[in-house]
Design a binder for this molecule. Sequence first.
Ligand code: NAP
Length: 314
Amino acid sequence: MRMKSLGRSGLKVSVVGLGCNNFGMKIDQAETDRVVAKALDLGVTLFDTADAYGNKGGSETMLGKALGTRRKDIVLATKFGLPMGEGDYMKGGSRRYIVNAVEASLKRLGTDYIDLYQLHFPDPETPIEETLAALDDLVRSGKVRYIGSSNLAGWQFVEAAFIAKERRLAPFVSAQNHYNLLDRKIEHELVPAVKKYGGSILPYFPLASGMLTGKYKRGLDLPNDGRLTQWGERGKALLSDANFEMVEQVAVFAEKRGKTVLDAAIGWLASQPHVASVIAGATKPEQVEANVAAGSWEMSAEELDEMNRITFRF
Ligand code: NAP
């Protein structure tokens, strides 16, 4: 497994990580155990979850159980900020909330430290200074090792970097945002900001929820157990003609090289210097196996140009 540095930090992460939002939602504890065991066997070290996943807490609880004593071997990433209950005190980026949220996550995960603690969404009602200062205290206390952002705009990442520098607070070392071959919008503003100010991108929805796995084919019946089939109208939006056209071109590009659409989707992200780890979600051990294998494709300059020609559409 290839390892990469997370932003301008000393932390190394596996180039293919495991997204854990299916745990407690689409898959139960026994299936989670199998998916996590496969990822550990294959050298995955970054496991990404959030307090809200799995109906508020289920994913963290199941991940903690599945890792057991192997927790010490991996980089455990979780998030806070989405509502975990009713009212103003159960969400957001305030000091009051963060201090409680971290304790609840530690308890569910069955650990006494979190490697990467991420602000899940910007909180427009809390000054970012307050969020950063509260997170810095957690870093100094040892409960958290590094901090990251998620769903910030480019200017918000820069603002946070400036404030952290000015006030000597721990900086965000990562930005987790929506990014895949079908959606490259963050390359406008966020990617240049993160590159300049010392972070890495952790792309979420790297497989466009399955659209980039090759298992959905235009004109053929949808697989019964696929996420996009089960998502109904939301799934249909991704199964559009424009997306199929692009996926078909990616398939031709990949097949010429003895590879698949899935290989190209993960290999392309893994080949970007600004991407540290591709946190693909999985519901079965075989998916983890395929996703890890795909991460070994380091695309040449010519291959990256060709991918730009096929997918660059803004
Ligand atoms: P994704 O990686 O684009 O899609 C994962 C889904 O695709 C799997 O659940 C599985 O669904 C299918 N799949 C995966 N590997 C496959 C393979 N080899 N062959 C066939 N199908 C395969 O989307 P995601 O899991 O939602 O996103 C990745 C991670 O990003 C999440 O787990 C989460 O940790 C994080 N995330 C973060 C945010 C945020 O706001 N920060 C938002 C969303 C996600 P089926 O088997 O059900 O088809």
